[in-house]
Design a protein around this ligand. Structure first.
Ligand code: ADP
Ligand code: MG
Length: 226
């Protein structure tokens, strides 16, 4: 298949077909894509073009219907759900448009969640949570519940949760989609700072101005990369 064998993400002719009763929806059509460690990539394209499906496969939330996916040296396209959740926990940080925080838990507890699956002491977890909180500028908000925060603050918490386990990849699906212009710009700046520190970022956005700030732009249409 060739390609860059040292790439962090290596997709080879990956397809995803959703079966809906008797009809099939082809969301990805034999996509090949390599992403190197440290890159900052924006994925754009019209609604329904397959952006979220691609991101979910890269993030091991979903598996290809066909094709091959190697993440950080491990072939992940045919792993079981348990193996995938382990890979996700160690390698992937996900940020969504709608934040997806747990409302009954405070900020620190939300950020700590990914660490509960690891063998860490309480003190180690606390240190990592505090470091992540500081990174997103929310040190004073640790004991607040999500509903006591603004949208921008909630997204910062989600970013801290995505980062706390030091993943190989930060994936963001329309991370500023629920935020006003100014707050969205602040979140973009935060994501860019993280990339400057070496975090590999793949971001879906329909905002071409924001996409233009990435190092590389991938445009999708009808399940293909243009
Ligand atoms: P985008 O994020 O670019 O809007 P998606 O990846 O969400 O696109 O969707 C790509 C195509 O796959 C669309 O036609 C969509 O309707 C379909 N699709 C997405 N998720 C599902 C699903 N869970 N079941 C069936 N079809 C789906
Ligand atoms: Mg989408």
């Amino acid at each position: 298949m060739g390609g860059n064998i040292s790439a962090l993400v290596q997709l080879d002719t990956v397809s995803r077909v959703y079966t809906m009763g008797s009809s099939d929806v082809v969301a990805l059509r034999a996509i090949s894509l390599a992403i190197d460690s440290g890159e900052y990539i924006a994925i754009t394209g019209t609604s329904g073009s397959g952006k979220s499906t691609l991101l979910q496969i890269i993030g091991c939330l979903d598996t290809p219907s066909a094709g091959r996916y190697v993440l950080n040296g491990t072939r992940v396209d045919a792993l079981s759900d348990i193996e995938l959740s382990r890979i996700r926990n160690f390698q992937i940080g996900f940020v969504f448009q709608a934040f997806h925080l747990l409302p009954q838990f405070n900020v620190c507890e939300n950020i700590e969640l990914p660490l509960l699956y690891r063998k860490l002491s309480k003190q180690e977890r606390e240190d990592k949570v505090n470091e992540a909180l500081a990174k997103v500028g929310l040190t004073k908000r640790g004991l607040h519940k999500p509903h006591e925060l603004s949208g921008g603050e909630r997204q910062r918490v989600a970013i801290a949760r995505a980062l706390v386990g030091s993943p190989s990849l930060l994936l963001a699906d329309e991370p500023t989609g629920n935020l006003d212009q100014r707050t969205g710009d602040e979140i973009m700046q935060l994501i860019e700072n993280l990339n400057d520190e070496g975090v590999t970022v793949v971001m879906v956005t329909h905002d071409l101005e924001k996409a233009g700030r990435a190092q590389r732009r991938i445009e999708m249409k009808d399940g293909l990369i243009l």
